[in-house]
Design a protein around this ligand. Structure first.
Ligand SMILES: Nc1ncnc2c1ncn2[C@@H]1O[C@H](COP(=O)(O)OP(=O)(O)OP(=O)(O)O)[C@@H](O)[C@H]1O
Ligand SMILES: [Mg+2]
Length: 246
C-alpha cells in the first residue's frame, strides 16, 4: 500500500516550543486515518504542514509523491486542489444557496458548461443524500446536519485525492455525530475505486474508533501510538489506556 503523505524527521519549533518533534510516518492511500490527541498536541499544526500553509523547521514532507519544498506559492495553491476540506462549522457562503455553494468550486476552477455543472452538482447532492427540495435553500434555512452535507458535497466537487476533516464531530449531539461519521465512511467507500485518502483530526475517541482504519495518537508533538484501530484498542501504552477509558 502506497503512502499518500509522508513525513520524514519533521520538526516544527516556535521560539523555544517544539510543537512537532521529529515525526516520521506515512498516511496510507485509500484509507481513513485519524489523528487523535488532547488540545495543544500539535494536530492542527500537522494539518497545516500537509497543506503547505506552514513549513517545517527541519525534515521533509511529501504529499501525493510531491516534495512540498519544491512548490512555490503558486504551485502550492494549485497543489491544494488535490485536497477537499471539511471544517468543524460547515463554513458555507451564507449568501449562496446550497446548490450554488456546491457549484462554486466548479464555476471557479473548471470550464464546465452550465448543463454539466447542473449534472455534477445533482450527482454530488445525491451522493450526500440531500433531497432536491433543499437545494435552493440558503444555509440559514438548513439544519446543522444538512449544512455538513453541503460542505462535504462542496469539498468533493473537484474530486480531491485527499479529504481532510478538521474536528468533524466536535460540538455535535450523538445523533449528528453518528450521521457525520457515517458520511465520512460512505464518502470513502463511494470513492474507494479512485483510492480517496481520508485524514481526520479529532479528539472524539469513540467516533474515531468507529470510522478509522488507522489511528495516530499525538502528545506534545510526538507520536505515542500509531496503528490499526485494533492495535490501538489493544495498546498497552498507559497513555493510550487512560485515553481510551475517558
Ligand atoms: N503560530 C504559532 N506560534 C507559536 N505557537 C504556536 C503556533 N501555532 C501553534 N502553536 C502552539 O503549538 C501547540 C500545538 O498547537 P495546535 O494548534 O497544533 O494544537 P491542536 O492539537 O490542534 O489543539 P486543539 O485540539 O486545541 O485544536 C500549542 O501549544 C500552540 O500554542
Ligand atoms: Mg487544533
Amino acid at each position: 500500500m502506497a503512502d499518500a503523505i509522508t513525513f520524514t524527521n519533521v520538526s516544527k519549533i516556535y521560539g523555544d516550543a517544539t510543537v512537532l518533534n521529529n515525526l516520521t510516518f506515512g498516511i496510507p492511500e485509500g484509507q481513513i486515518t485519524t489523528i487523535l490527541g488532547f488540545s495543544g498536541a500539535g494536530k492542527s499544526t500537522l494539518m497545516k504542514h500537509i497543506l503547505g500553509l506552514t513549513h517545517p523547521t527541519s525534515g521533509k514532507i511529501t504529499s501525493l509523491g510531491t516534495d512540498m519544498e519544491t512548490l512555490d506559492e503558486l504551485g502550492l495553491r494549485e497543489f491544494r486542489r488535490n485536497f477537499g476540506m471539511v471544517f468543524q462549522y460547515a463554513a458555507l457562503f451564507d449568501f449562496l444557496t446550497a446548490f450554488e455553494n456546491v457549484a462554486f468550486p466548479l464555476r471557479e476552477f473548471t470550464k464546465l458548461k452550465e448543463s454539466e455543472i447542473k449534472a455534477k452538482v445533482s450527482e454530488l447532492m445525491q451522493a450526500v443524500e440531500l433531497v432536491p427540495e433543499s437545494w435552493q435553500r440558503l444555509p440559514s434555512e438548513l439544519s446543522g446536519g444538512m449544512r455538513k452535507r453541503v460542505g462535504l458535497a462542496r469539498a468533493l466537487a473537484l474530486e480531491p485525492r485527499i479529504m481532510l476533516y478538521d474536528e468533524p464531530t466536535s460540538g455535535l449531539d450523538p445523533i449528528s455525530t453518528q450521521v457525520v461519521s457515517d458520511l465520512i465512511v460512505d464518502t470513502a467507500k463511494q470513492n474507494a475505486q479512485r483510492k480517496l485518502t481520508s485524514l481526520v483530526i479529532s479528539h472524539d475517541v469513540r467516533a474515531s474508533l468507529r470510522i478509522s482504519d488507522n489511528i495516530m495518537f499525538l502528545e506534545k508533538g510526538k507520536i505515542v501510538e500509531y496503528s490499526t484501530v485494533q492495535g490501538f484498542k489493544n495498546s498497552n501504552n498507559p497513555v493510550i489506556r487512560r485515553f481510551l477509558e475517558l
